[in-house]
Design a protein around this ligand. Structure first.
Ligand code: TRP
Length: 362
């Protein structure tokens, strides 16, 4: 009889996976698009938050040092926002070999032209001015993202609106894999694939309260590289200054205003008192002596209230040794994540008749 202790029971909670490409610090668009949902899901789900550092190399292969630092910064933003490493698992993509391996297999399940028509990739090629000079690895990241997700067999993927096309591709991969290798019939609805013997649940995107937050320029989506972003780590004065830059074209507080403008998009995103929003909208539309400046002041206060606890938590990680602490958190999370991802790879390989021996990671 074995006297070895029973292994700790695996979490019985369903899983969530999402991630960010480390391109710098996070901004309010990230917060309302996905971060806010992640915080809420931490209790109900077994959550995995992925640092997609491999993806950062698709456009910045010449900047390894920057990518490393951006990876650490993003974790600081997560922790500052309230991601709790005691409840959720922080995962470093480049230390999860199963993701790279699944990417290869999944690449065979997607028609090349379908990947190249992915609207999110197209938008990015335009926005970043990549022309036709981008690397082979650039469109490849969309296939890799399917593996990021499916390696964890999650039910839900909380993302901003811009990621929907990627999640749709991921669902295609899960369906195709289950049909090809697990004998799941063509007519089985996505939500029944697992019961029908599929290795992969067909995950759903969970889009944030505000799918696409515009930048303070009111034109493009909020993005650090476009210089129109309010960062989660901005100082109170900085927030005030940036909100002050929002322009509505309105001449005076008695001019009836258009409540579908950029200023009111922010009001509805960051003022939570519904009665107050209704009052502001009513008075603005009526030209009832309500100046843009007053609204901006109130808006900046609400945003600063949201960000203040984040600034305080971030300060802890900005002390000497902060980066090392972050790296420890990344290591511990990634170790845990590999248990799930290795199990997934094993199940997938078995379904593909590739079960020639099961490896263990050291
Ligand atoms: N492509 C995503 C972004 O740019 C980041 C990402 C990588 C991701 N892998 C993921 C998001 C898996 C959700 C799930 O925001």
């Amino acid at each position: 009889m074995s006297t070895a202790p029973a292994p700790a029971p695996a979490s019985t909670k369903r899983r969530v996976l999402t991630g960010d490409t480390p391109t710098g610090r996070l901004h309010l668009g990230h917060f309302v698009g996905s971060l806010e949902n992640r915080l809420r899901l931490q209790d109900q789900y077994d959550c995995y938050f992925l640092l997609a550092n491999m993806h950062a190399f698709t456009t910045r292969a010449d900047k390894p040092a920057e990518i490393r630092q951006d990876t650490i910064e993003i974790v600081k933003d997560w922790l500052a926002a309230g991601i709790d490493p005691a409840r959720s698992t922080i995962v470093l993509q480049t230390e999860v070999p199963a993701i790279a391996e699944l990417t290869w297999f999944f690449a065979m399940l997607l028609p090349f032209n379908k990947v190249m028509r992915n609207p999110t990739l197209k938008t990015e090629i335009d926005a970043k001015g990549l022309g036709d000079t981008y690397s082979f690895g650039f469109p490849m990241y969309a296939v890799g993202q399917c593996a990021d997700i499916l390696a964890f067999r999650p039910d839900l993927v909380p993302v901003g609106e811009d990621q929907e096309a990627h999640i749709e591709m991921c669902r295609d991969v899960a369906l195709k894999f289950n049909q090809l290798y697990c004998g799941v019939g063509n007519r089985v609805p996505p939500e029944e694939h697992e019961q029908a013997g599929g290795v992969f649940p067909v995950p759903k995107a969970l889009i944030g309260r505000i799918g696409r937050l515009p930048g303070i320029d009111g034109k493009q989506k909020m993005s650090k590289s476009l210089g129109n972003a309010i960062m989660l780590s901005d100082a109170p004065k900085e927030v005030q200054k940036k909100i002050g830059k929002i322009t509505t074209g309105r001449q005076s507080p008695t001019e009836p205003g258009d409540t579908s403008n950029i200023l009111f998009t922010f009001v509805r995103a960051f003022i939570h008192d519904q009665a107050r929003i209704a009052e502001l909208e009513r008075r603005y539309a009526a030209g009832d002596n309500l100046g843009d400046g007053h609204i901006k002041q109130e808006l900046a206060e609400r945003i600063n209230e949201l960000l203040e606890p984040m600034r305080q938590r971030r300060a802890e990680f900005e002390k000497p040794g902060g980066d090392d602490h972050v790296i420890d958190i990344i290591r511990a999370g990634t170790k845990r994540a590999n248990q799930v991802a290795e199990e997934t790879l094993h199940l997938a390989k078995k379904a593909m008749k590739l079960d020639f021996g099961r490896r263990t990671l050291g």
